[in-house]
Design a protein around this ligand. Structure first.
Ligand code: FES
Length: 117
């Protein structure tokens, strides 16, 4: 079973319409707050390499700063080209003061190459 990492962010640091970049469990995460609540998704666009947290948030749409792909932060679904693959979503729970995000840790990459045949 994969390991999980939990991070906690004060809600005061995430006003509505704001995106934050965080690292946890070997992943880059974008945390944002919409009128529907706090959401956490992959910060790296599935089209190429750009940080969604450096783009724009319009309602529940995160818009990539590089080529303009759009993603639904509630589901990770692609809402606009050129991206075709969704981004991963992470579990968020909120209490009165904090958002707690649970991330499945990124798989460890092998440190040595496999032996040559
Ligand atoms: S890198 Fe995000 S749309 Fe191209």
């Amino acid at each position: 079973m994969p390991n999980r990492t939990t991070i906690s962010i004060p809600l005061a640091e995430i006003p509505e319409g704001r995106m934050l970049a965080r690292s946890a469990g070997g992943r880059e995460i974008m945390v944002c707050r919409t009128k529907d609540g706090v959401f956490a998704v992959d910060d790296i666009c599935s089209h190429a390499y750009a940080r969604l947290s450096e783009g724009r948030l319009r309602g529940f749409r995160a818009i990539c700063p590089l080529h303009g792909a759009a993603f639904d932060v509630r589901t990770g679904a692609v809402l606009g080209a050129p991206a075709t693959r969704p981004i991963e979503c992470f579990t968020v729970s909120c209490d009165a003061t904090h958002a707690t995000i649970t991330v499945t840790d990124a798989p460890e990459l092998p440190t040595t190459p496999p032996p040559m045949p």
